[in-house]
Each structure stands twice: as C-alpha cells, then as structure tokens.
Design a protein around this ligand. Sequence first.
Ligand code: SAM
Length: 331
Amino acid sequence: MDPRSEVLLRQAQLFDGELLLAGLPADDLLGALPQAQGWIWHAGVHARLNARFPLRSHFDTQMPSGDYRAAVLFLPKSRELADYLMQALASRLSGKPLYLVGEKRGGIERAAKQLAAYGKTRKLDNARHCQLWCVDVAQAPTQPDLDALAQHYTLPLADAELEIVTLPGVFAHGRLDRGSALLLEHLEDLPAGHLLDFGCGAGVLGAALKRRYPNSRVTLLDVDAFALQSSRLTLARNGLEADVIAGSGIESAPEGLSAIVSNPPFHQGVHTDYQASENLLTQATKHLIKGGELRLVANSFLKYPPLIERHLGPCRTRAEADGFRIYSARR
Ligand SMILES: C[S@@+](CC[C@H](N)C(=O)[O-])C[C@H]1O[C@@H](n2cnc3c(N)ncnc32)[C@H](O)[C@@H]1O
C-alpha cells in the first residue's frame, strides 16, 4: 500500500460515503473504500485500477460527474496542476470536505497553503513521511476552465512558426525544453511512413513532425491526460492533424512504424523512474518496420547506446550540445 493511502486508512471513519479519490496510486485503496471512485490522469495507473476495480476509475482532465460527499486530492508534483485540481474539486463540494494528502518531500506543507483559498484548513494526520489536511469548502468557487489555463509560446522553425500550447502539469509548461530544442534541429531524413512521437507532452515534436512530413501519418502518445489534451490543442492551433493516443509505455504504441522520435521521460512524481525509457530502448524494435529508425535526445550522462545496440542496432550520435545527445539507430 502506498504510504499516502496508509495515512488515509488510519482515518478510514472519515471516508465511508461517496468519495472521489483524485490522482490516487495503483494500490488497494479502492478495495478498502468500496464507495470510492477514482479520478486519474495517468494512463498506466488507470489501466491497473480498471483491471482490478472495473468502472471505478475515470481517466480524464475533467472531474468525473457524480454527487460526492467528499474528495481527496493526492498532491501532484506541479503547483499549477494542484491549483487547477483543487479548484475543480472545490467547485463541486460546497459545504463539504476536501482532503489533501501528500509526502512531506513532495511539498505538502506548501500545498496546504494553496488549500486555504477554500476555507480554514486543519492538519488531520502526520505519519509515514506524509500529511493529511482538510478544508470544509465554505463557498464553492466557479468551475475552472482548463483550456483557459494554457500557456502559449511560439517556435520559429525553419519551415514556419509553430505555436505550442501547454496545460498545467505538462512537461516544460510554457517553455521549450533544451533537449527538445536540440532534437527539433535534427528531424531531417526520417524514413517515410508512420511516425511516432513517444512521450509527446505538449506535442512539440509531434506537431513539428507533421509540419515537416505532411504526407506521413503521425501518432502522438503520452501517459498523461493533460499532456494529451495539450497536444490536441497544439495540433489544432497549427491546423495539423495527427492521432493522439493514451498509453503507458512503448507497449501501447502501434506497430509498423517507420520512425519513433522521442525526448523520453526521466522523472515520475518525486521519484526518478527510467523504466519507461528503458522499455522504449529495448522494445522499440517490435514497433518499427525493417529499416525503421529510433531517434531520441537524452542527457549525455545516460548510458543509452549499449542498450540500443543490444536490442535494436548500431547507435550513432548525430549531435551533441548543452549536455544532451541525439542518438539514432535503425532496425
Ligand atoms: C521529457 S518529456 C518530453 C515531452 C515532449 N515530447 C517535449 O519534448 O517537450 C517526457 C514525456 O513522457 C511522458 N511519459 C512518462 N512516462 C510515460 C510512459 N510510461 N508512457 C508514455 N509517456 C510517458 C511524460 O508525461 C512526458 O510528457
């Protein structure tokens, strides 16, 4: 059981009615709280919960419909995302309690101050390096308009400008990551066919690919519902059409790809997690046609080439700058 869930279960008497658990982990909590529903924006957590607790987990950027007597927010890493989620939950909890749980090193004390926007806060528990806070929503705020919280920036690409739309919580919110910037300079000569932007975030690479290879089918895949919505907004803003799909890991990608382009993930929550990136390197071959290419950007210190060579083929460094490298390998 996740320590945050353990803290909730120490206070289980508070959570016996219709309850919404927002951003919960993939553990047994839904089993222990049979009246609870989950609101999830991580496709991997959603898939695991849905398999064990059918119809009780909702994958969305919007709060699921329903009449809840209370809600618990599992604190996300991004402060802007926490703001959006707190407002979305509070808007439907007039006169009812909104709980907040999180790890101390995840910034729960700071987040409790954000919660104070909705009423007087109380700390209910402090255990397992986590804290549980509560506010009785005195006056419900208006429902937040997610798309209005987007930040926009313009990329002056060689072919034309591209406008990028990022939502709260999405990687490199409101700015271009240096690794992605380097990869954008090295998108030439990709094999024609079906292209994948793996871990698409706000859709920077996927949109640039579609702009550059208009006759190729382009798919953008991410694990995060807010990233997928950002990608849709980015594509629409630039008049581009591509497939946007939710999935956890390269396993969720289509087969028959001519190229996989990626700035792969390297953080998850407060814990570093390279699993999705390692799987990309070891499993890409199953998703590429013969002659298909994996092209990615990574921090120079990450030892990716030996893994790529073992599972895909000879790995070439196409460029190096600012502590990042562009790797390329063909099946
Ligand atoms: C380093 S960011 C790159 C985002 C975007 N491509 C860019 O260049 O700005 C990595 C992305 O991978 C996504 N991600 C993390 N774990 C994933 C997984 N298991 N499957 C698919 N995407 C994942 C994250 O949500 C994040 O958007």
